[in-house]
Design a binder for this molecule. Structure first.
Ligand code: NAP
Length: 189
């Protein structure tokens, strides 16, 4: 709980895929392991989930939005940027793209739409910014150690040591070239 979310119960999740040990999530604006159908399927299933009545909503940084290249369908896409020009060009609420300049604007928008369970989908800057508000992290961990310039900013051992975080629902997928593991961290409240 934080001053900005004191008004009611929020259920904010992060969804991340990273490389085991290196915690790499991106390289030169792209995902180092390329497409992984099983992971994308799970990502869609999680982020299109309708919780507590609000519309499904994903929150991302401007760089992640540009690397995806288009809004994700069937979800409200909240994009964070300090760039007013970018905001003018891209803010299209009628097409489910809402550009916000700061946290207050994001939370005001979410309240106005009764969205209390959004998904923060990256990148690294967004994970850092939203970590204090978040109570769940959906992780896809690729077994191969990919290199890259962008990392998940909260190392696993750090989470391990925090007694208020609990690990559960592990599932290992041996997908040939790209074996990976799914798991969920949840805040014990
Ligand atoms: N593996 C995964 O799960 C995953 C998920 C998502 C992304 N990625 C990868 O991560 C990389 C991008 O991550 P990133 O950390 O470099 O960038 P990012 O978090 O996607 O976006 C950063 C941008 O967000 C805006 N921003 C950040 N803090 C802000 C604040 N307090 N107020 C207003 N705007 C703010 C700024 O936009 P402006 O510059 O426009 O002001 C900033 O440049 C890419 O390689 C992508 O492929 C991986």
């Amino acid at each position: 709980m934080n001053a900005i979310t004191e008004d009611r119960f929020w259920d904010i999740s992060m969804v991340v895929a990273f490389s085991k040990d290196t915690l790499v999530i991106g390289d030169k604006g792209k995902i180092p392991w390329g497409k992984c159908a099983e992971d994308l399927k799970r990502f869609k299933l999680i982020t299109t989930g309708k919780l507590y009545g609000g519309d499904p909503c994903v929150i991302m940084g401007r760089k992640t939005y540009e690397s995806i290249g288009k809004p994700l369908p069937d979800r409200i896409n909240v994009v964070m940027s300090r760039n007013e020009e970018f905001k003018k060009r891209n803010n299209k609420p009628e097409s489910n793209i809402v550009v916000c300049s700061d946290l207050d604007e994001i939370f005001d928008f979410l309240r106005s739409r009764d969205i209390y369970a959004p998904f923060v989908i990256g990148g690294s800057e967004m994970y850092s910014l939203f970590f204090p508000y978040c109570n769940r992290i959906f992780v896809t961990e690729f077994a191969k150690q990919y290199e890259g310039d962008t990392k998940f900013p909260m190392p696993q051992p750090h989470l391990d040591e925090r007694s208020e975080w609990e690990l559960f629902d592990e599932d290992t997928i041996n997908d040939g070239e790209k074996p990976f593991r799914f798991y969920i961290w949840e805040m014990n409240t």
